[in-house]
Design a protein around this ligand. Structure first.
Ligand code: NAG
Length: 301
């Protein structure tokens, strides 16, 4: 009799635990569903680097960048170095054979093609960011990327300026044409979609306007990929409400703060971004001296 009562009591406890667990599972699943409902994805780059052990927390500021790995020497240096992400520029060679090469305008030739560049990158576990400077290079490059994809271990980011931004004089790539080439073929990639910009010393440089961020958001809303918006550091102080609004529109969105080599940048101006946004959502592709100054600020953490 006593034994029976005890087993009834234990069964009740088990049932309660089961119900609580089920409710919790269903509830957390539902809480997460808005972002997964449309089949869209968050950026998993940080998860990848955490798993590799090359960063210790979900802090995008701990991801280091190697810039303009546009030659054999530079890509080899990048692969041996500590940076988790390697950025390089892609355009079509200016003469025959007109294939995708690693070069930044005004250069029109390079000692390394995208194909050879990818064949070295696949030997490493680093992430890559391909910056497209011409629409003509996109289609053949995506085909090469597709061939290398099975062997590429790290995150792949595809970048282009697709809208005119503050002070931007360069012509952006045609947004629809660019997305048509990449959006379907880059299902698992991060799309890095930016504005052309300009910056001049000793004048009031305008920031990203409401119209600019709204136009960008309208383009990105139907995409399924995670999107990062490359934003010019020196223009951030005058763009806070606009960029805050932009990040709030989807948890697929992140910022990648970059700087022009000659821009005058006060790293303290980046603190409002650091302090008001989730640290997993802002990457900092800055000069090494700026990064260390930024991280040494008392209010950095
Ligand atoms: C930041 O975002 C991650 C999801 O990417 C979440 O797990 C974490 O709780 C957030 N941190 C804060 C402080 O909100």
């Amino acid at each position: 009799m006593r034994v029976n009562r005890r087993s009834v009591y234990l069964s009740c406890i088990c049932a309660v635990i089961l119900v609580v667990t089920l409710t919790w599972t269903v509830w957390t699943h539902m809480a997460n569903s808005p972002s997964s409902a449309a089949g869209s994805k968050r950026d998993h780059s940080l998860d990848y680097f955490l798993k590799k052990g090359t960063i210790q927390e979900r802090d995008a500021a701990d991801v280091n960048w190697y810039h303009a790995a546009n030659s054999k020497d530079k890509i080899n240096e990048a692969l041996e170095g500590p940076a988790q992400m390697i950025e390089a520029d892609v355009l079509l060679r200016g003469h025959d054979p007109k294939e995708p090469i690693m070069a930044h305008p005004p250069y029109t030739d390079s000692d390394i093609t995208l194909q050879d560049w990818l064949s070295v990158v696949v030997t490493s576990d680093k992430g890559i960011k391909l910056d497209f400077k011409s629409l003509a290079a996109v289609e053949p490059s995506m085909a090469l990327l597709e061939e290398a994809r099975a062997q590429l271990e790290g995150p792949v980011w595809i970048n282009a300026d697709i809208l005119s931004g503050p002070g931007g004089l360069a012509t952006p790539l045609d947004a629809q044409a660019f997305l048509q080439e990449v959006a379907l073929r880059a299902e698992g990639d991060v799309l890095s979609l930016g504005w052309t910009t300009g910056w001049s010393p000793d004048t009031d440089n305008p920031g990203y306007s409401w119209e600019m961020v709204q136009q960008m958001e309208a383009i990105c809303r139907p995409l399924r990929q995670p999107v990062t918006f490359p934003v010019r550091a020196a223009l951030l102080p005058q763009s806070f409400p606009q960029l805050q609004w932009l990040l709030q529109q989807s948890d697929r969105y992140t910022l990648t703060v970059w700087t022009g080599q000659r821009d005058v940048l006060n790293v303290e101006d980046l603190l409002p971004y650091r302090q008001n946004f989730n640290k997993s959502r802002i990457y900092y592709d800055l000069l090494e001296s700026q990064i260390s100054k930024f991280k040494a600020l008392p209010r950095y953490n």
